[in-house]
Design a protein around this ligand. Structure first.
Ligand code: FCB
Length: 444
């Protein structure tokens, strides 16, 4: 890794490669009750202060709902080609079924106008974890009917905006919705039940398929796909136990979402291991789930380190840890992409998230986040390797444009390339934002 070249300009990538930054609605918008917005499961989850490390919530966040014009100007000033953001379902359909909220749609209408005016392409995610509370009250993602409600929502959004959006992803990281929302209660709705989490993952996949069908019927020019968080799983040692654990981890996480979409079934290894916790699948479900997607969004942060020993063999973390405690492991990105490319017939790939939390300090109007620059550079060099090995990667979105509400970590973890002072809402470009701007500006 240390021998890798770092790239100082975008010229080392294809000229039509898409460069962007990413955010999500709940993490930046705030205005959680404005203009008819209904509550989402994250509003409810935050209301129990014990759920969020700093006892905070998303009611103000980056106040992006009011400051979106300035924020679009800011991201356009960096010279990005595209902006990945999500729509808050309960803003446009307060209960998650029934009446639409025109004021909610107006906000996204204005946001899209602003992006178009600045020639920044819109990459929309329909679901970045903020289910309308009204649907949660009817069973949330454990209720199969929620998948049908999601398809209605996808249809309506695409009907209204499909011709102004470059790409629409159904879900962001359904692994997290299922495993953190229903598996270990770290995320909303805060359930810890393995069987439920596995059933939820099936309903999420089903909802993806139903939404794809509903959107396809509209023949909009937007590219349609899904965003998955993915990782390779490395055994800590050569022992059979570690290798088995790694194989299971890869099957239950990465393949669990890839196999249904690309092969029309669940991975045998994980299905067997889940035993009585395996999901209820109805006949025809896989036909709905397995249909062509125009792109696959891959969010890459780290690899899985698998040790069956007690105590576990420690992760080497030779390149250090981020402020989240996540291992910095750029070579996992080409390893993952090359492996996926061998296992599946992949559509074009976008790296829809990559970045790091850093203990940034604002001093004299500057933030010297050299670690973040090095992180991005090393991951771009690694990405280039994957492309050289034949993986069709079309774009890269840095997570995140702004420091924001990092879910159960609250505001303590800073992922932005732009610093946010939450007391004043002042935005300050960190060194990484200045670096990205120069990287993007230097065109052959
Ligand atoms: C991803 C999420 C995103 C953000 C980053 C750090 O799992 O999609 O919202 O929290 O992690």
């Amino acid at each position: 890794m240390n021998n890798r070249t770092t790239f100082d300009t975008r010229n080392d990538f294809p000229p039509d490669f898409t460069w962007g930054v990413a955010t999500s609605a709940f993490q930046i918008e705030g205005a959680s009750t404005a203009d008819g917005k209904g509550p989402s499961i994250w509003d409810t989850f935050c209301a129990d202060r014990a759920n969020i490390k700093d006892g905070s919530d998303g009611s103000v966040a980056c106040d992006h709902y009011r400051r979106y014009r300035d924020d679009v100007a800011l991201l356009a000033s960096l010279g990005v080609d595209a902006y990945r953001f999500s729509m808050a379902w309960s803003r446009v359909q307060p209960q998650g079924r029934g009446a639409w909220n025109p004021a909610g749609f107006d906000f996204y209408d204005r946001l899209l106008d602003e992006l178009a005016r600045r020639e920044v392409k819109a990459h929309l995610t329909l679901y970045h974890w903020d289910l309308p509370q009204g649907l949660q009250d009817e069973g949330g993602w454990l209720n199969r009917d929620t998948a049908y409600r999601f398809a209605d929502y996808a249809h309506e959004v695409t009907r209204r905006f499909g011709d102004r959006i470059e790409a629409i992803a159904t879900h962001n990281e359904p692994w997290c919705t299922a495993n953190l929302g229903y598996g270990n209660a770290q995320f909303a709705p805060g359930v810890a039940d393995l069987k439920q989490s596995i059933q939820v993952s099936h309903h999420l996949l089903l909802s993806h398929g139903l939404a794809m069908t509903a959107m396809r019927g509209l023949h909009s020019p937007a590219k349609l796909g899904i965003v998955l968080n993915q990782w390779t799983a490395d055994p800590a040692t050569d022992s059979q136990a570690d290798r088995d654990l790694a194989a299971f981890e890869y099957a239950r996480s990465t393949q669990w979402f890839m196999d249904p979409i690309f092969k029309g079934h669940y991975p045998e290894l994980a299905l067997r291991a889940h035993g009585a916790n395996a999901p209820e699948v109805r006949s025809g479900d896989f036909d709905i789930i397995q249909q062509p997607i125009d792109f696959l969004g891959c969010n890459y942060y780290f690899r899985a380190w698998c040790s069956a020993a007690t105590p576990p063999v420690p992760m080497p973390a030779a390149q250090g840890l981020t402020d989240m405690g996540w291992e910095i492991y750029p070579q996992g990105l080409p390893e993952l992409l090359v492996k996926l490319n061998e296992e599946y017939d992949l559509p074009p790939i976008y790296i829809t998230e990559n970045g790091m939390a850093n203990a940034d300090v604002l001093e004299g109007g500057q933030v010297h986040d050299a670690a973040r620059i090095a992180f991005v550079q090393s991951h771009l060099a690694a990405l280039r390797e994957a492309m050289a090995a034949g993986v069709d990667v079309r774009g890269y979105f840095l997570w995140s444009l702004l420091d924001n509400f990092e879910w159960n970590s609250g505001y303590e973890k800073r992922f932005g390339i732009v610093h946010v002072d939450y007391a004043t809402q002042q935005r300050t470009l960190k060194d990484s934002a200045l670096w990205y701007r120069d990287f993007l500006a230097a065109r052959r």
